[in-house]
Ligand binder design. Structure first.
Ligand code: ZN
Length: 126
């Protein structure tokens, strides 16, 4: 494996936190969908924090569900020791990229190929 277990552990913590936020945001979206009035129960400050988190999480152009899938897959890769390697070409994913996007399954080169339509994105295709 390409990462020391110590740094893999640190990314794992970030991923677990991200997973928690995504699950919370998803639940909140469902709950808010059921509400007919916006101003009855929820604390305003809580709502502001949650909507900020949602904006942050969904700003990558993926849905919460897709991102949750990516986070779960990344956690699986931490478990099996392949975390930090590109799932497409096996290259080591740069530390800066992992810091910014700890759930990313690919190196920047493969990500660009997907964005250019040169290779298929298995998550989006699913
Ligand atoms: Zn790659």
């Amino acid at each position: 494996m390409t990462l020391t277990s110590q740094s893999a552990r640190r990314y794992e913590e970030k991923l677990l936190e991200q997973k928690r936020l995504l699950e919370q945001a998803t639940l909140t979206a469902v709950e808010q969908g059921r509400e007919t009035t916006a101003d009855d129960t929820q604390d305003i400050a809580d709502q502001a924090v949650l909507s900020y988190q949602k904006e942050l999480l969904f700003s990558q152009g993926t849905t919460g569900h897709q991102q949750l899938t990516l986070v779960r897959q990344a956690l699986n890769r931490v478990q099996d020791g392949s975390y930090g390697e590109c799932v497409q070409c096996g290259a080591e994913i740069g530390a800066k990229r992992l810091e910014a996007l700890p759930w990313t399954p690919r190196c920047i080169d493969c990500q660009e190929k997907i964005e250019n339509g040169e290779i298929e994105d298995p998550v989006r295709a699913a």
